[in-house]
Design a protein around this ligand. Structure first.
Ligand code: 0O2
Length: 214
């Protein structure tokens, strides 16, 4: 395909990423504006590079004309959360019954089913309607929801894997696996600390209510 045609194909994907980023960032803004805790810490998004799309198509034996229906992560959104339980709040927001702007078509839970690399994240494949100058076009997009610790590990592992291509030394792989375990434990520890703090806050609240009653 010519470069100009690729640009045309990718336009709605760029639009979808821009729109979805605004939507999820707005949810964070809404929580903050209401002085509430936001389950969304920050949001990023990207359109897959043409070279990566072609590489994936080749790896999966996908013909050029089927790329748009078979490669579901050309448009990618990443939502980062502080705690693992926030991930499930974000999933509920995305799956809300009254939500009419997207359709969830598949969910991949790599949190319960950690990948052999150590990768953890919750993936949702959605169909999203883009309003273009030539009418409506439904495209696939992938939303990855993860904690800051999961993101820290995945970002570094991804760049190392890219650097080594298929030849990552075994000892590096093993150390990355250990680092994934450390990230998992960090998430657990943070969840416990949060629980503790919430309990303290509740009993402090109860005490000050009692004092208020006197
Ligand atoms: P990018 O755009 O550079 O992030 P496949 O790619 O064939 O393994 P599939 O079927 O496309 O898998 O879907 P999957 O595994 O649900 O999602 C693929 C994406 O998840 C990857 O995109 C990564 O972003 C992320 N991911 C999956 N496994 C790992 C892993 O072991 N380590 C890290 N760091 N990320 C992972 P791409 O294609 O790598 O592209």
């Amino acid at each position: 395909m010519e470069m100009q045609n690729w640009k045309r194909v990718l336009l709605p994907y760029n639009q979808a990423v821009d729109e979805l980023k605004v939507k999820f960032k707005s949810i964070r803004k809404e929580f903050i504006a209401l002085d509430e805790y936001s389950p969304i810490e920050f949001v990023t998004g990207r359109v897959k590079k043409i070279s990566s799309i072609l590489e994936k198509a080749q790896k999966k034996n996908i013909p050029l004309e089927e790329i748009e229906e078979k490669i579901e992560d050309i448009a990618g959104i990443r939502i980062m959360c502080q705690f693992v339980e926030d991930i499930y709040k974000v999933i509920d927001i995305i799956k809300a019954r009254d939500r009419k702007d997207l359709v969830v078509v598949e969910e991949r839970d790599y949190i319960t089913n950690t990948k052999s690399s150590g990768y953890r994240s919750y993936h949702m494949i959605i169909k999203y309607p883009v309003q273009t100058g030539h009418g409506e076009k439904w495209i696939f997009a992938e939303i990855q929801i993860r904690t800051l610790a999961m993101n820290f590990w995945a970002t570094i592992e991804h760049s190392l894997r890219y650097k080594y291509k298929q030849n990552m030394p075994k000892n590096i792989q093993e150390r990355l696996n250990k680092a994934a375990e450390a990230a998992f434990l960090l998430d657990q520890e943070m969840a416990e600390i949060r629980e503790e703090v919430l309990k303290c806050q509740e009993s402090f609240q109860e005490e000050s209510n009692l004092i208020g009653d006197i």
